[in-house]
Write a protein that binds this ligand. Structure first.
Ligand SMILES: Nc1ncnc2c1ncn2[C@@H]1O[C@H](COP(=O)(O)OP(=O)(O)OP(=O)(O)O)[C@@H](O)[C@H]1O
Ligand SMILES: [Mg+2]
Length: 265
């Protein structure tokens, strides 16, 4: 059967499988036989120029859209966090997190999720009383409270200042220790990608181009020759010149990760 499908099938271990997916808008083919697998509990970062189709892919994985061709296999429990927090302004923080939750313990679970993101005690606040970072943490709590197997994050920290963004990175690392979910993070920020990813993929011409495993220990993700090499590789893959090349690196050093191609030909 070759009809497009968006199967809900958590039977196998991978976080998600995208196979030969095509998505067109009018004349424009945005996703062109794209293949991608997200591993069980993997944090995959998706980079790519504006308009290349990152959000389109994320929407397919979220089940908000369907492919014209190909197969999207995702677990049943998924959650999405967008750039804007999308909180309901007429609901208090706790009610924003319990939204859609069933069961008598919904309030308790939501309070636990809020505590996990550092917002214990803010349950009765209104969204307008929160800072941008706090509102985005509520959005994270809302995503995690349903214990998703796949968390889709579309530039969730793009609107935050640099320091708040670093705090959010710490929070993501902490949440990963507590929740065993696969995560797909879309970002424009190469440094954010290097800070957080198990693997970084670069989208190009409607497909996944380079794929980089990131096995660097935390300190080396901040400062190291290997980090600069990875960064330079990503910039080149994105078609951007590195204004600060790590030129002094010993060329005999092994690259930190071997670029591979997920969707050959
Ligand atoms: N519903 C739609 N109808 C028509 N065109 C669309 C639709 N959704 C997306 N597109 C087009 O598909 C292309 C990819 O859009 P998409 O939002 O996936 O890009 P993106 O990689 O997320 O970009 P950005 O980094 O700016 O968020 C764009 O050219 C966009 O105009
Ligand atoms: Mg987008």
């Amino acid at each position: 059967m070759s009809a497009p499908t968006a199967a809900l099938r958590p039977q196998h271990r991978a976080g998600a499988v995208v196979e030969q997916v095509v998505r067109r808008f009018g004349e424009r083919t945005v996703l062109d036989h794209l293949d991608l697998t997200i591993g069980d509990e993997e944090l995959l970062v998706l980079l790519g120029p504006s308009g290349c189709g990152k959000s389109t892919l994320l929407r397919l994985l979220a089940g908000l859209d369907r492919p014209d061709r190909g197969r999207v296999e995702v677990p049943a429990r998924r959650a999405v966090v967008f750039q804007g927090d999308r909180l309901l302004p007429w609901q208090r923080v706790l009610a924003n997190v319990t939204l859609g939750l069933r069961g008598p313990d919904a309030g308790r679970r939501a309070a636990t999720a809020l505590a996990e993101v550092g917002l214990a005690g803010r349950e009765r606040a209104w969204p307008k009383q929160l800072s941008g970072g706090e509102a985005q943490r509520v959005a994270l709590a809302r995503a995690l409270v349903s214990q998703p197997e796949l968390v889709l994050l579309d530039e969730p920290f793009a609107a935050l200042d640099a320091i708040t963004r670093l705090r959010m990175h710490d929070l993501i690392r902490e949440l990963r220790r507590m929740h065993h979910a696969a995560m797909l993070l879309v970002t424009h920020d190469i440094d954010e990608a290097i800070a957080l990813a198990d693997r970084i993929v670069v989208m190009r011409d409607g497909r996944i181009g380079g794929s980089y495993e990131v096995t660097l220990p935390p300190a080396d993700r901040e400062v190291s020759v290997a980090r600069e090499r990875l960064r330079a590789g990503l910039l080149a893959d994105l078609g951007l010149a590195d204004p600060h090349p790590a030129g002094h690196g010993d060329s005999s050093l092994n690259p930190p990760s071997a670029p591979t191609h997920e969707s050959a030909g």
